[in-house]
Ligand binder design. Structure first.
Ligand SMILES: [Fe+2]
Ligand SMILES: [Fe+2]
Length: 401
């Protein structure tokens, strides 16, 4: 039997508001996708939330409230806010969630469990809107709980990267001192950004999803690290039938997720490329993926190409930001004079990877900025060592997570 798909509402505003349903083979499990507002260009685009209706009602991800999306993606990062975003009411994403549930015939109070795919703000900051209106418990991987449960998690995430970002040579956005001194962020005080979410039952290992200790049929948790330490996917479906993978930000379509640790991410992609029996992948942003192995292969090649661009750029000593702003390094223009967190981080993880396999070496540090040069070997030899590490499962033990 094949998977059925139907659209219940088209996109309404800024690529969000769409409601779709997928009925799994056998008809016992139904997944509703609700697309909620999160900005494009400065952010990853609208967040897809998935409600799995089977033995229990499980919501995967909670999205980001519109007022916090405005603060986090525009004000903190010094980005100009388009008029159409400015005009959105503060509770716009929340309304989209409630409407989406109603269109599909559900009420928020029916939700038994909220699973947060990982600890990035566009996935959990609206969790309290779910928890306060239902008796849902909350689960996420133990390794991402610090970002989610700590009331200062958002600021911690921001501040923990400040020295690293300075070492890239990127122009700085706001220093921690400046951010702290601003007692309001255009109407939002810092304490209101401390959105603490209670996690009732963290995931410690792969296996059947459980609610209050009882396994839920047809739902399996799998850790897929690399985009964040505790990123998880849910494999949905009964044995013998084609299954669905709800994957958070681990695989996206059409953008490419930013790896937090490239080696771990490439290992996860390698594992996913060998996973059989998945007929559909539902990511947290963008379009569904029909060909898991094809998308995994595309992402592996994408990072190979980026490693080669990085390696070639280091013929002479270059900073990470020099490389990020080389023409053709990114598809879109990166302004060398403006802070760009994602461009800096994406380039940094590729330099780190090349440094790890001794393809590039750090030549010097000037004004806190680090410079790297390649050792003049053929790139294929360097990439061969990257692939050796990717295949070597023991290499994970050497890493941060
Ligand atoms: Fe993410
Ligand atoms: Fe995301």
């Amino acid at each position: 039997m094949k998977l059925e798909e139907m659209q219940l509402r088209k996109t309404t505003t800024l690529e969000s508001g769409r409601v779709r349903q997928f009925v799994l083979p056998g008809g016992k499990i139904r997944i509703t996708e609700i697309t909620t507002f999160c900005p494009d260009f400065v952010g990853p685009g609208p967040t897809n939330l998935y409600l799995i209706d089977g033995e229990a009602l499980v919501l995967v991800d909670a999205g980001i409230p519109t007022y916090l999306a405005k603060a986090f993606f525009y004000h903190w990062r010094n980005q100009p806010m388009p008029k159409e975003v400015e005009l959105l009411p503060p509770d716009f994403s929340e309304t989209q969630l409630l409407e989406g549930l109603a269109i599909a015939g559900y009420s928020i109070s029916d939700i038994d469990l909220l699973v947060i795919s990982h600890g990035h703000p566009d996935h959990f900051l609206m969790a309290n809107a779910v928890v306060s209106r239902s008796s849902a418990s909350v689960s996420t991987h133990i390794l991402d709980t610090p970002a989610i449960c700590n009331p200062w998690g958002m600021l911690h995430m921001w501040f923990s990267r400040v020295d690293q970002m300075r070492s890239t040579g990127m122009p700085q956005a706001k220093t921690p001192e400046e951010l702290i001194k601003e007692d309001t962020l255009r109407g939002l005080d810092l304490e209101s950004l401390g959105v603490q979410v209670r996690v009732d039952a963290p995931f410690f290992r792969d296996g059947p999803l459980t609610i209050k200790g009882s396994p839920v049929r047809g739902l399996e948790v799998r850790r897929l690290p690399g985009h964040s330490p505790g990123s998880v996917g849910l494999i949905v479906g009964d044995d013998g039938d084609e299954k669905v993978l709800i994957c958070g930000d681990v695989l996206l379509n059409t953008i490419t997720p930013h790896p937090d640790d490239l080696l771990v991410y490439l290992q996860t992609i390698d594992e996913l490329g060998r996973l059989d029996g998945i007929g559909l992948v539902l990511p947290a942003h963008g379009k569904a993926i029909r060909d898991l192995k094809g998308r995994a292969a595309f992402l592996r090649e994408h990072h190979r190409d980026r490693l080669k661009l990085t390696y070639d750029a280091c013929r002479a000593p270059h900073s990470v930001w020099d490389i990020a702003t080389t023409s053709d390094y990114f598809d879109t223009y990166v302004n060398p004079k403006k802070f760009n967190y994602l461009a800096g981080l994406e380039t940094l993880v590729h330099v780190e990877m090349l440094n790890m396999v001794r393809g590039v070496e750090r030549t010097h540090i000037q004004d806190e900025v680090h410079y790297f040069r390649n050792r003049g070997e053929p790139f294929e030899e360097v990439y061969g060592r990257v692939m050796e590490l990717v295949k070597d499962r023991g290499s994970r033990a050497l890493l941060r997570y």
